[in-house]
Design a protein around this ligand. Structure first.
Ligand SMILES: [Zn+2]
Length: 286
């Protein structure tokens, strides 16, 4: 038992300093956890590497989370986010504008979407969670016109549709669960009372989507605009605006993957969108 606790503590220490597990599937994460923990423990102790690998592997495989459990986790996380942020009321001009821009999009597949604006003019961000919650910070709405807002939300719905959101929650959960010594999803109640959901927010904010995931979400936003008679260059203009303010935003944490987290890649994303639109015969009106 003492040994198990020792492994869990070491695993947490290793994971909190491990960047390589971002953007991996669940089974790959288990392998990375096993390899890292084995390496670290054998480096720090004289333990038999094979015995350590076996113990680490059984702990890593105990740390799993099903897709339904991820949706439950998203609901818990959104309750935390909606409590720690100020939600603008239904009759607020921001909320009305968001409702008008997204009026036709009440569902994504079988998932019911629910929209809200966080009253925070200093944060330029938006995100969609795995339970269908779409949250837009008022700072983003101040910066974007209606078409650009539509494109940015289309981009976030693209992440949701591509399962990037689910994978981000899975990775963040595994990291934080290891830190709290949670071996199964049912064990989390105590950890939640100790700040588990806040740590989950931090972990989600620290994990950037890959360049590939961003490009795919940009493509989804582009198609979303075309299909709805919105300016084909709306995502292009939105990215240009995001890039122009990103220096002020670079260090800002907003409880979810920040749109600027891939800042050095923004110019490449802008180029990618432009090439796609030009290929379809849409001319940029500058
Ligand atoms: Zn994105």
């Amino acid at each position: 038992m003492k040994k198990t606790l020792f492994f869990l503590l070491l695993m947490a220490a290793v994971l909190s300093s491990c960047d390589t597990i971002n953007n991996l599937a669940g089974s790959e994460i288990a392998n990375v956890i096993t390899e890292n923990v084995t390496e670290q423990i054998t480096m720090r102790t004289n333990a038999d590497p094979d015995a350590v690998a076996a113990a680490a592997s059984s702990l890593a495989s105990a740390l799993t989370i099903s897709n339904n459990e991820i949706i439950a986790l998203c609901e818990e996380h959104m309750m935390e986010m909606d409590t720690t942020n100020i939600i603008l009321p239904d009759d607020d001009p921001y909320t009305k504008r968001l409702g008008r821009v997204m009026a036709r999009f009440k569902n994504l597949g079988s998932m019911r979407l629910n929209y809200a604006v966080y009253d925070d003019e200093s944060t330029v961000n938006a995100f969609a969670s795995g339970d269908g919650s779409v949250r837009v910070y008022s700072g983003l709405m101040d910066l974007m016109d209606d078409d650009e807002l539509f494109a940015v939300i289309g981009h976030e719905l693209g992440h949701l549709n591509n399962h990037d959101v689910r994978d981000a929650y899975r990775t963040a959960y595994l990291v934080v669960a290891a830190r709290y010594g949670i071996a199964s999803f049912g064990e989390r109640a105590n950890a939640i009372s100790m700040g588990f959901l806040g740590d989950l927010s931090d972990e989600l904010a620290n994990n950037a989507y890959s360049r590939h995931q961003e490009n795919k979400a940009d493509e989804a936003a582009y198609r979303f605009c075309i299909a709805n008679n919105v300016d084909p260059y709306a995502m292009y203009h939105a990215l240009e605006k995001l890039d122009s303010v990103s220096d002020n935003q670079a260090g800002k944490k907003s409880g979810f993957a920040n749109m600027f987290s891939s800042h050095p890649d923004t110019m490449k994303r802008i180029k990618h969108i432009k090439e796609m639109a030009e290929k379809d015969g849409h001319i940029l009106d500058e």
